[in-house]
Design a protein around this ligand. Structure first.
Ligand code: PLP
Length: 359
């Protein structure tokens, strides 16, 4: 076996996805699965669909292309607002995209016309998080403009929260989304198919039964993938977080002081490191580094092990209080946080292994 290795537990992912789909069903909200943190891993995608997610979303057109080429047949939405330079592949590979710019929309319409297609768009509104979205005051005019673009079809309206500004979804800001939907539908005498109330951070509101009526879709990645409630940073009810398990090999283990010897300058990333002096400790080096993981997103399954830090190619762990005994060549296992999973799935140096097939 080649290490480092990330194990992907499809049965656990399926359980998470089924429970979130059921939660959505209870409140009339369809769940679209977001695969980007796995780089559009085809078997993960297949598992989500088998669990009942209605459609798939990804942030990169290459990932959507990969899933399609793997034969996964569903409705695909690109969730990162498109680049003009990729308009043609956006139309070619995705059925729908989230949008917040009229020039980009025009480029998509032109590309769709060249390919003789109609491309669906969800228009994004910025309700304060200050990442993507048209301003609420301009959205009515924008709808009028997009209606004139012959090869686009307005699929719905959406919002993204808790990504840049950390703004939480509430009855107030999502109520504002519904007000905009109502004024668009009244003004243009149209019916919007999808009202997209956000990402994983909207699930807490849904659970409490506080999602404004009319919001009928959520785009969900993290809660399905890692069982993490992105609002409370606690485990989300009825989900598990042992869906991905990372294994790295010990390449050195030795008793060393916990405080470096000599004058301390900058570390490998130009930062001044700070150390707590805990005396002599048993330290191990793992054959994995910051090129492959986010060190602060590594959660040792052996709870006596502590991650001390790392550099590009090494992660250093304190093994003194480990529950088991380890030696060079042994593996240390971790569950992972979102950013860590993103890096791990992206790194070509980490082998991916599908375990416990659910389907
Ligand atoms: C990543 C992303 C999502 C999914 O977010 P999670 O927090 O992982 O559920 C939804 N919408 C957009 C626009 C995204 O970029």
């Amino acid at each position: 076996m080649k290490y480092p290795l990330i194990e992907i537990y499809l049965d656990r992912l399926k359980e998470n996805a089924e429970n979130i789909v059921a939660l959505g069903q209870k409140f009339g909200v369809q769940i679209w699965g977001v695969t980007k943190v796995t780089c559009g891993h085809p078997e993960v995608a297949q598992t989500l669909l088998a669990a009942g997610v209605k459609a798939l979303c990804d942030s990169r057109i290459e990932n959507i292309q990969k899933m399609k080429e793997a034969g996964i047949d569903t409705y695909y939405t690109l969730v990162r607002i498109p680049m003009i330079s990729e308009a043609e592949s956006v139309v070619r590979y995705s059925d729908c995209s989230l949008n917040s710019d009229l020039e980009v929309l025009e480029a998509l319409s032109r590309a769709a016309s060249n390919l003789n297609r109609i491309h669906d768009v969800i228009l994004m509104v910025d309700l304060g998080d200050l990442r993507e979205g048209f301003w609420p005051s301009e959205i009515l005019d924008v709808v009028g403009e997009v209606q004139k673009m012959k090869n686009l079809s307005i699929k719905g309206l959406g919002v993204n929260l808790t990504c840049w500004g950390g703004v939480l979804p509430t009855e107030t800001n999502l109520g504002q989304l519904m007000d905009l939907v109502n004024s668009i539908e009244d003004t243009y005498q149209i019916k919007l198919d999808i009202i997209s109330g956000g990402n994983s951070s909207s699930l807490a509101l849904l659970r409490e039964g506080k999602m404004p009526v009319g919001i009928n879709q959520l785009r969900i990645g993290e809660v399905i993938m890692l069982g993490n409630d992105t609002v409370s940073h606690q485990p989300f009810p009825n989900t598990r977080s042992d869906t991905f398990v990372l294994k790295a090999e010990i390449i050195e283990q030795r008793e060393k002081p916990s405080h470096p010897l000599g004058t301390i300058g900058l570390d490998a990333f130009g930062k001044v490191p700070v150390f707590e002096d805990k005396g002599q400790r048993i330290r191990a080096i793992l054959g994995i580094g910051k090129q492959d993981v986010a060190a602060d997103g590594l959660r040792p399954i052996d709870s006596g092990i502590e991650v001390v830090g790392g550099s590009s190619d090494h992660i250093i762990v304190d093994m003194t209080d480990a529950e088991k005994t380890y030696k060079v060549g042994d593996l240390v296992s971790f569950t992972v946080g979102y950013e860590c999973l993103l890096k791990t799935m992206t790194s070509p140096y980490v082998a991916k292994k599908v375990c416990e097939r659910a389907i």
